[in-house]
Design a protein around this ligand. Sequence first.
Ligand code: FES
Length: 172
Amino acid sequence: MSDAVNTETIPLNVNTEPVEVENDEHGVSRRELVMKGVIGGVCLAYTAAVGYPVYRYLNSPVEKAASVAAVKEVTLDGADTLPIGTAMVFKFGTHPALLIHHDDGSWVALDAVCTHLGCTVQYDKGQKKITCACHGGVFDAKTGKNIAGPPPKPLPVYAVKVEKGKVQVTRA
Ligand code: FES
């Protein structure tokens, strides 16, 4: 056994030849994987570039308004028993709406989306008015007219037909 240190110089062999890239078990090289990733990214970016405007269009206020307008009539089963002096909330298309049975026996249905910034309004049976909690908007509970606060327009009013066992609300 020798304590001598091996001082043999090992020549550094720099290989300047192109290196063969080993394929994985599926026969795909790293270069191919990188290229597939780049192509996939470009395709994803293209899809987003084309799809986003379409998505925006379908979610535009114009399209939403069109889908709201598409619903012409709603039947509220059992709503004919709504007590006098009270109101109920129902869905008219994608909008919340109010059905009010007034003290004088009359019925009114209105869109419940505030014409200011779109909060949902409520019927205040104490004041007998429709109020918006967001910025203090107030509407007439029979006509939907904007009577106080920032709302610039009245609430749309629907036609109401009360029958035995149901109330039909129709876009006027
Ligand atoms: S959203 Fe109703 S008053 Fe502003």
